[in-house]
Design a protein. Structure first.
Length: 167
């Protein structure tokens, strides 16, 4: 599949669909994400330590991007606490990367989280995932101390962003 439409700024050729963690296309894209992570970091550290933190059963807020009826990207968030959502499972097919689509997806996820009453979005990425870290920084995320289940994981990088819009 080609993402030429996005390159030409024809965003109307992309459909952003709100769904949940049970969506079969989300499941397929999550499998592709895991395979991609295996390629990138599987040999650098044990990804198995992270498996329990990426289960879809607690993910209820998902956005999928479709192009020509094909799911090409996904992202989600889940409740971390009453005021904080955690960004999860952000993935774009390889041929659709580097064109700004991830930023638009994350912005929509942030807006959905804000509309659900969350004030902060947190996330975890890995030290080997340099491009992801740079994207999150570009989108306004700042590095924080590793939280929760990632506190003792030296290859984790945790980040946070306020979702509060100044009036």
């Amino acid at each position: 599949m080609s993402c030429e439409a996005f390159e030409n700024n024809k965003m109307n050729e992309f459909d952003f669909i709100v769904t949940d963690g049970e969506n079969p296309d989300f499941e397929k894209l999550c499998t592709m994400l895991d395979e991609n992570l295996d390629e990138l970091v599987g040999k650098k550290f044990q990804r198995s330590a992270y498996a329990n933190f990426n289960l879809r059963d607690n993910i209820h807020d998902v956005i999928l991007i479709y192009h020509n009826n094909e799911a090409i990207a996904c992202g989600s968030f889940k409740k971390y606490d009453d005021k904080t959502a955690e960004l999860k499972r952000v993935f774009l097919k390889k041929e659709c990367r580097g064109m700004g689509l991830a930023g638009k997806l994350i912005a929509k996820l942030e807006e959905n989280a804000r509309c659900n009453g969350f004030e902060t979005m947190i996330l975890e990425t890995g030290k080997p995932l340099v491009a992801a870290g740079k994207l999150y920084e570009k989108l306004g995320y700042e590095r924080i101390s590793n939280y929760g289940q990632y506190a003792d994981m030296p290859d984790s990088i945790c980040m946070s962003k306020s979702l509060i819009v100044d009036a």
